[in-house]
Design a protein. Structure first.
Length: 625
């Protein structure tokens, strides 16, 4: 890299560390201050922070790879997470969650199932899930940032003990960046995380605008037409995904055939099936839920969630689309010849493009932006995971009475342990894609059934939640272990077939086992006590199968009106998914100069925004705590 690129990165890291440490003084007042910012941070700062946390470098590298290979259809791959979980949160779930007034997602579970043995079992299992998920995501970031930095930076950081290789350059770079981020995250809690993430968001937006603008400066419309097949721009699909590459890029057709998504109609159907249940299940107990619980009011929780959608996708896809266009026009033959692509390692496209095609100055800012993307998401998980260890495990079961200083010290130690465990797991990861698929299709498959039922079925109890989550986690772990040992199985055996099946297609099996655990655990044990059910329903007021609880409340002279918003909420979610999709496709079509499709999706964006103003925003204005 040139001197100015290095200088920009050093300045960025120094400013981020300085800001994070400067605001850390406000986090010393107690756990509520450390993990939730004292519920004093304004909703638009939390929205920017939430959007910044989702703008991670590993995910960006993955998006660049799938957009490069599959074209505009690749936005549907994002439904595996599913990204429109954010739409469901915006429309109704943020309000339901924030009404609890608790500190963490597992503490929220106690308001649903009570504080008896069943409630505590459900409380403990969701806390364990939150910690496992945080460790998994840290491993995901470890793998991504190391791979990214080694392609970009010219210096080898391989560490040897004699002839034995202790650390590769990828691992050394990842450890350095993780160490720097961990310093201010552990020191300042939510205040430091939000302050630095707002700064990081501004840098990422600037990087996205500059890289997209640079493509307009150096690439002509003729070059784009020659490099990008028409089918690449087409979002329509049939049952089977046909390769559309030719010439030196024909190797990409082989990748499409071998990645497991050739039956594209079945793949989209599976993501829709999973997406609905995962979205109604609500946010996992991680940084997203912490942002909701950190808002000052119920109304602010809804505003924050909507604002997150609005600020995230356009700048992110300007960056992703700009990098993909540079790769397709200038580096497609070189990328096609990369040895690692045979393993489906498409995330290497991002660093290859930056290394060869981005000029001095813009490269430094772009690298700072991508480092910001890593640091913001990493710090968000380092802040959220330990909240469950300290508040929901240590404080509740081991040390219920202690000073705020003691709990904050325990938070520092647990944050450090979560980082260490995540890094250890990252050492054993094959690629970003392998961890992505495990998190999205396996681990979350075990989460969805129990967390869907908790909202919509009054009879669902704490033991049902515990056994549903536990059975899902056991099956998810089994799938992960089988996948990691696939080279040891006999071809044609059932283990070999499972190991060779893309994780998204195994979701119904994991979901089914988890659902069975939920139902058996519920019907074989008593219902949640009457007082807890009534208090929960009166506070949260969800829609679903709650008629017996309303009847109890009428009998006790405390009637509550039925939530009749299911229809409008589902309508808003459908409109919201279109709204979100338009914010992804507009910047993609802009950077490939298809102005007709830019106009089409701009019109979709305007229409859906106007509809949501009347059907969602006007309703939010009248929310009360």
């Amino acid at each position: 890299m040139a001197f100015w690129d290095v200088f920009i990165i050093i300045i960025y890291v120094a400013v981020t560390l300085g800001l994070g440490i400067y605001v850390s003084r406000r986090a010393s007042k107690g756990l509520d201050s450390y993990f939730l910012g004292g519920k004093s941070i304004k909703w638009y700062y939390l929205g920017l922070s939430n959007g910044s946390g989702m703008f991670d470098v590993s995910g960006t590298a993955w998006m660049v790879g799938i957009l490069f290979l599959y074209g505009a259809k690749s936005f549907m791959f994002m439904w595996m997470w599913p990204i429109w979980n954010q739409i469901f949160v915006m429309m109704f779930l943020a309000v339901w969650i924030r009404r609890s007034g608790v500190m963490t997602g597992s503490e929220w579970i106690l308001t649903r199932f009570g504080d008896d043995r069943a409630g505590r079992a459900s409380h403990l299992i969701v806390a364990i899930f939150a910690v496992v998920a945080a460790i998994g995501f840290i491993a995901y970031f470890f793998e991504g940032v190391g791979k990214f930095m080694t392609v970009i930076l010219p210096w080898s950081l391989d560490l040897f003990l004699g002839d034995f290789l202790l650390l590769t350059s990828e691992q050394s770079y990842a450890l350095i960046i993780i160490f720097l981020t961990t310093i201010y995250t552990i020191k300042g809690g939510m205040f430091s995380v939000v302050a630095t993430e707002v700064l990081q968001y501004v840098i990422m937006v600037l990087a996205g605008i500059l890289i997209a603008g640079y493509t307009f400066f150096v690439i002509t419309d003729v070059e784009i037409s020659a490099a990008i097949p028409e089918e690449w721009k087409n979002v329509a699909f049939g049952n089977e995904l046909e390769g559309f590459w030719s010439g030196k890029k024909d190797v990409f057709n082989e990748l499409i055939d071998n990645e497991g998504y050739k039956m594209f109609g079945a793949f989209v159907g599976m993501t829709l099936f999973k997406g609905f249940f995962a979205s109604v299940a609500g946010p996992t107990p991680s940084y997203d839920m912490q942002r909701i619980l950190s808002t000052r009011t119920v109304r602010d929780a809804a505003y924050m969630s909507g604002f997150t959608n609005l600020v995230l996708f356009i700048p992110r896809y300007l960056l992703v689309g700009g990098i993909v266009v540079l790769g397709l026009v200038f580096l497609a033959p070189e990328i096609a010849s990369l040895e690692n692509l045979n393993g489906g390692d498409m995330e290497l496209v991002l660093p290859q493009v930056i290394n060869y095609e981005v000029p001095v100055g813009i490269k430094g800012l772009l690298l700072a932006g991508l480092l910001a993307a890593f640091m913001s998401t990493f710090s968000a998980f380092v802040n959220s995971g330990p909240a469950y260890i300290v508040n929901d495990i240590y404080k509740k079961y081991f040390k219920p009475q202690a000073t705020d200083k003691h709990y904050i010290r325990a938070s520092h130690i647990s944050s450090f342990l979560v980082v260490v465990l995540g890094v250890i797991m990252g050492f054993f990861a094959d690629s970003i894609n392998s961890i992505t698929l495990w998190i999205t299709s396996a681990l979350y498959g075990g989460y969805i059934a129990a967390n869907f039922l908790k909202w919509v079925w009054w009879r669902f109890n704490g033991w049902g939640y515990f056994w549903g989550m536990l059975s899902g986690l056991i099956i998810a772990t089994f799938q992960f272990v089988v996948d990691k040992n696939k080279e040891h199985y006999i071809e044609g055996s059932w283990l070999f077939e499972i190991a060779g099946t893309p994780a998204i297609y195994l979701f119904p099996v994991i979901f089914g086992f988890s659902l069975l655990g939920c139902i058996l655990g519920t019907w074989l044990t008593p219902a949640t006590n009457r007082t807890t059910l009534k208090a929960f329903y009166k506070n949260v007021r969800p829609w679903g199968l709650w008629k017996p609880v309303r009847k109890m409340m009428e009998e006790d002279g405390d009637p509550v009106e039925k939530n009749k918003d299911f229809g409008i909420d589902m309508f808003n979610c459908a409109i919201g998914i279109l709204w979100q999709s338009s914010m992804i496709l507009m910047p993609i079509y802009l950077v490939v100069r298809d102005y007709y499709l830019v106009l089409v999706w701009l019109i979709v964006f305007i229409i859906t925004t106007v509809v949501l103003k009347f059907t969602w925003l006007d309703k939010v204005k009248h929310y009360k705590d």
